[in-house]
Design a protein around this ligand. Sequence first.
Ligand code: FAD
Length: 574
Amino acid sequence: MRIEEFDALVVGAGLSGLRVGLGLSEGGWNVAVISKVYPVRSHSGAAQGGINAALKNTEAGKDDTPKRHAYDTVYGSDYIADQDAAMLLCEEAPKVVIELESMGTPFSRLESGLIAQRPFGGAGFPRTCYAGDRTGHALLHTLYEQGTRRGVKFFDEYFVIDLITVGESVAGLIALDLNSGELVIFRSELETVILATGGYGRVYDKSTNALINTGDGLGIAFRAGVPMQDCEFVQFHPTTLYGTNILITEGARGEGGFLFNTEGERFMKKYASKAMELAPRDIVARAIDTEKLEGRAFENEYVHLDLTHLGAERIKERLPGIREISMFFAGIDPIDEPIPVQPGQHYSMGGIASKYGGDFGETPLPGLYAIGEASCISVHGANRLGGNSLLETVVFGRYVSKQLLKKGIQRTLSTKDVKKAEELTLQKTEQLLDQWEKNDGKKPIEIKDAMGTTMNTLVGVFRTEEGLTKALNTIRHLQKDFLNVHVSTTDRKFNYGLQHTLELRNMLDIAEVTTYGALWRRESRGGHYRVDFPRRSDEEFLCHSLVYRSADGGLKLETKPVKLGIFEVKERVY
Ligand SMILES: Cc1cc2nc3c(=O)[nH]c(=O)nc-3n(C[C@H](O)[C@H](O)[C@H](O)COP(=O)(O)OP(=O)(O)OC[C@H]3O[C@@H](n4cnc5c(N)ncnc54)[C@H](O)[C@@H]3O)c2cc1C
């Protein structure tokens, strides 16, 4: 049995994992950052539009403040964000953006040399800092370089399968070395594991997310008894390229793009007369789908995002990636023609629950932390504003590393108990993988496709009791099919079938949790829209949902209060 020993283990090498790893390493900890792909292939690298901070760099943004930023965030969240967390996010924002700049991120600049800022949906001021339309790429490379420089130990192409716990504490984890096919135990000397595994967009078949966004961290925590928080809140991005659902950044509308239906009408005026195309994503996504349902979509599928009036020079300078994507994947040059767009899954607001009354990033399981899109520290509530997610990864990655270093953590578990738990986990995992090889049921892809379509059609932009009940039944049938899933080769070296099966195991749990939460939440709020309950109900539902696996194998739901008290709860109109 191969054992790797470190002070702390970080799962995920996206922005959140890299930032926490860097912070701990700078503080003298021996840290492993484990990733199922090479770090710079993490989904963070796909982020286009930018990262928010009230920097006051532009004339239009000179009156902006972190508190205004926090207000927009909480208002945009439809009041489900925890207000103390949103305040911390926005107060730290200017600091982290300047820090990233001094680490080497090549931000786009104003004539004056200051970092440029563009307007984004739901924001009162232009506060989105960007590096062209490849912001995530620039940030990810910066943090990877810094991590390498500071001695973080990277384990690339290792798939983390499960946590190893002793009693109520985390001792480490088990991973599959994808290259050799060997199972490896990672032990944390300081009983600290940080999950930074990103979102679970691929539970849906129409998604802007990378194929690796399969919610592994959520599945791992869920199996260890940690509840999932607010998973019913899924963000559908209004503008994904028709045909492939590749993201067409909100920056395209931020730069002045218009949306048109088949009647040549800028239809957003009917849905958000003031904010128009720059209303928050949930509102624009519902507007597009309403146009479609009422027969004003092209080919009954998409609307037009028109950039032609921006002119060639601006498109080439500010949106080069968007132009490339449109030309390459749709054969359309946005300088001359509008881009065909439709809504698609984009972001997971919910995730691994944060501990009530605990510090930001702490989960209810001692020693287990969650940050980034995998977590639900709850800064986004029911709807995330564009540019706030990149911010969240870096703010909380940095914050958690600082808090851990301050804590002076001592080891509490006995080596004997840890070894026993490791052996048991290894045995159980071997059995599971063996079983999949012996089974004669469906292929993972068949189950995955059925799950993806079900989620898209029944747990999408518009939801109903009937549709959600049907979806839950289908997912539970698919879970039964999964018990007999078949992995087609016994060689574990770079066995994608095996990796996809491990991912599907996590996705099925999260699909079930998402649907269950959506069925329970009989109201409409942010990204969650119930056709049968179109109003927001603060009397009943101004709370977080926590979903657990119950002893009988079903699910159970508890609620958790939302932290209020800074901004008054009011109606959300744009
Ligand atoms: C196309 C696109 C554009 C976006 N644009 C913006 C934007 O402009 N502004 C903004 O604020 N937000 C944007 N977002 C959202 C934002 O990019 C993400 O929420 C954020 O980058 C997530 O970072 P993360 O560190 O949480 O996870 P990720 O970057 O997704 O990284 C997850 C990491 O976990 C690892 N991992 C996962 N499972 C396992 C496992 N089982 N074993 C080992 N490793 C594992 C992966 O290898 C990866 O390294 C965008 C998202 C998408 C999809």
